[in-house]
Design a protein around this ligand. Structure first.
Ligand code: AMP
Length: 290
């Protein structure tokens, strides 16, 4: 596995591969890799000749009171996992390589970023889309794979790529969960034993919404109330549970494509999850708890 640290080297490698006729798949991450990230690599590998995985904890997408400095990092472990999984090129730029100066020009994410995560984390999606746009220009992939775990992010990236003609495909992969339902996240490492148990409230609430819908409840407000009842529990501070369409707009009529999105604090840790009602939590990928 090749390891590169500068945008210049990354772009040169990518262009050389493409000149040889190779198709490039790209998996952007913030590192502290888990099976959720690695399944994105598997998915890319099925479609392309070369897979690039980037690791960059992007300061632009963290608010002043968020966890940028404490975000978990373990580059040695990540490098081993990426190599083992068949990543061809690991791109790990440092902050000065990505932002030699403060970027004055940034991507405006528009109204899809005004709600849910965007409302809870002002500026977050401008930071995400700005770094993703930069990474797309540096890596020049044919396909980029994102996780549905971060549903609003995936929809915004897809919309940015379409609206701004990036000329690449955005592939969205199912959420990978532990056997008990908890969606894998680098931030799960913040949870202690009690919090780990409380964190199950999120996937349980999504399941309850899905089951109520399958049993015939079609009123979004009633479904949200049902989910909230299940989410509430010791140590859990609910932030939102909403039924939305692919543009993150609240739905008035629930159907199989409606997505239930949820966010809650468990202790000091903020967690998010979601389910597409017609697919269900059970259709996501599961892995044994690690
Ligand atoms: P992150 O390192 O958290 O920025 O995530 C990098 C990519 O991995 C994003 O596209 C995430 O949506 C995706 N991802 C994170 N957790 C999961 C998961 N449990 N299942 C599937 N994809 C995930």
């Amino acid at each position: 596995m090749l390891e590169l640290a500068t945008p210049k080297d990354m772009r040169a490698w990518s262009r050389a591969e493409r000149a040889r006729g190779g198709r490039i798949g790209f998996v952007p991450t913030m590192g502290f890799l888990h099976e959720g990230h690695l399944r994105l690599v598997d998915r890319a590998k099925q479609r392309v000749d070369r897979v690039v995985l980037s690791i960059f904890v992007n300061p632009l997408q963290f608010g002043p009171r968020e966890d940028f400095t404490t975000y978990p990092r373990d580059l040695a472990r990540d490098t081993g996992l990426a190599a083992e999984r068949g990543v061809d090129c690991l791109f790990v730029p440092d902050r000065t390589a990505m932002y030699p100066r403060d970027p004055l020009v940034r991507v405006a994410p528009g109204p899809m970023a005004d709600t849910l995560e965007g409302a809870a984390r002002p500026g977050h999606f401008a930071g995400v889309l700005t770094v993703v746009a930069k990474l797309f220009h540096i890596v020049e992939p044919d396909i980029a794979v994102f996780g549905r775990k971060d549903f609003q992010q995936a929809m915004l990236v897809r919309r940015m790529a379409a609206d701004l003609d990036f000329g690449l495909e955005i592939d969205i992969a199912p959420t990978v969960r532990e056997l008990d339902g908890l969606a894998l996240s680098s931030r799960n490492t913040y949870l202690n034993g009690d919090e780990r148990r409380s964190a199950l409230g999120l996937s349980r609430a999504l399941r309850a919404v899905e089951q109520a819908w399958r049993s015939g409840e079609a009123d979004p407000k009633a479904l949200e109330r049902r989910g909230m009842e299940v989410l509430k529990g010791p140590g859990v501070t609910p932030e939102y549970l909403a039924l939305v369409d692919e543009q993150l707009r609240p739905v008035t009529r629930v159907d199989a494509r409606t997505v239930a999105v949820i966010a809650a604090r468990v202790g000091a840790t903020r967690l998010i999850d979601n389910v597409v009602l017609g697919e269900g939590v059970a259709s996501d990928d599961s892995v044994r708890a690690s």
